[in-house]
Design a protein around this ligand. Structure first.
Ligand code: ZN
Ligand code: ZN
Length: 313
């Protein structure tokens, strides 16, 4: 299973109940962040999942509402006793932005490694996730969305393991992908792990207009977390001008991508209660939800060919 938490759901400017953009993703006790807006470290403390297990940060782009929490995050990581390398990925300009933000950060107890992703995106492996970065349309500035895939081991066939004479204590090693020696021969995991199983796909993208690359990479996602900067149709001129999306546009995208669930985030300060705009979006895509700061989401592996089960708290 995969867990995530929308630490900050505000767009552009914070309000008392809404910090700025950040998503915490956790798999088997290991964590990573996407975006690090102001207030991210406060959100992590409130959530209680800890700093120690956060291995890396992916940035979508360098507008202040997505990255100004970085100096505080690095200090919190140090206070948590980090010594291992901390990795940061982002679009073109990463080095300049991180160096600028870190002028106020004293020397850290751990190295920070920067990975600038090319304009067309790229691949990242982090906390067991295979992550594909892809470009989106935020008015011509480099901005990336992220498609994350958590693979699942194939089904273990105990009957086959017995036939091959593998002793019971060695089954776990085979399940974990190790070769096992038995009766003078080597048994490979693929001999006993027979039926492939679908994993979990999570897509996160903000800030952007609806675009071809987003539609392509959102395809079949179990959970789609997209920006919903504006709730109502009358804000379309602002959405076009500021290169953001309406709730209805995100819902159309989720529908075309055949997503399992849509969670909206990155709300304008002009929108007091995002939930009030959900009925309109749900007419387009029924499984649409509005995120809150600190909302924890669990996505479980799918049963057979169904979509993964998503629950929100
Ligand atoms: Zn933003
Ligand atoms: Zn932006």
């Amino acid at each position: 299973m995969l867990e995530c938490c929308t630490l900050g759901t505000g767009g552009t400017l914070p309000i008392p109940e809404r910090a700025l953009s950040s998503l915490y993703v956790r798999v088997r006790g290991q964590g990573m962040l996407i975006d690090c807006g102001e207030g991210t470290q406060v959100g992590i403390r409130r959530l209680g999942w800890g700093f120690r297990c956060i291995d890396g940060l992916l940035l979508t782009h360098y507008h202040g509402d997505h990255c100004t929490g970085l100096p505080g995050l690095l200090l919190s990581l140090e206070k948590a006793g980090r010594e291992e390398t901390f990795h940061i990925w982002g679009p073109k300009g990463l080095k300049r932005i991180v160096e600028g933000l870190c002028v106020i950060v004293p020397p850290l107890s751990f190295p920070v490694l920067l990975h600038e992703l090319p304009a067309e995106g790229g691949e990242v492996e982090l906390i067991g996730l295979s992550i594909r970065a892809f470009p989106v349309d935020h008015g011509g500035i480099p901005c990336l969305g992220y498609r994350m895939y958590l693979p699942r081991l194939p089904v273990f066939d105990p009957e086959r393991a017995r036939q091959l004479g593998v002793p019971l204590p060695d089954w776990k090693r085979l399940q974990q992908g190790e070769n096992v020696k038995t009766n003078g021969r080597c048994v490979r995991p693929e001999e006993v792990m027979t039926h492939p199983r679908r994993g979990i796909t999570l897509v996160f993208s903000t800030d952007t207009r609806p675009c071809e690359t987003l539609l392509k990479h959102a395809d079949g996602a179990d959970l789609l977390i997209l920006e919903g900067m504006y709730g109502s149709e009358d804000k379309r001129p602002q959405a076009l001008k500021n290169h953001h999306m309406l709730f209805s546009e995100a819902a159309e995208l989720a529908c075309h991508a055949r997503a399992g669930a849509l969670l909206l985030t990155h709300f304008s300060t002009s929108m007091e209660d995002p939930e009030a705009y959900l009925p309109e979006a749900r007419r387009v895509f029924s499984n649409t939800w509005a995120a809150r700061d600190g909302m924890a989401i669990t996505v479980r592996y799918p049963e057979k060919d169904d979509k993964a089960w998503t629950s929100l708290f």
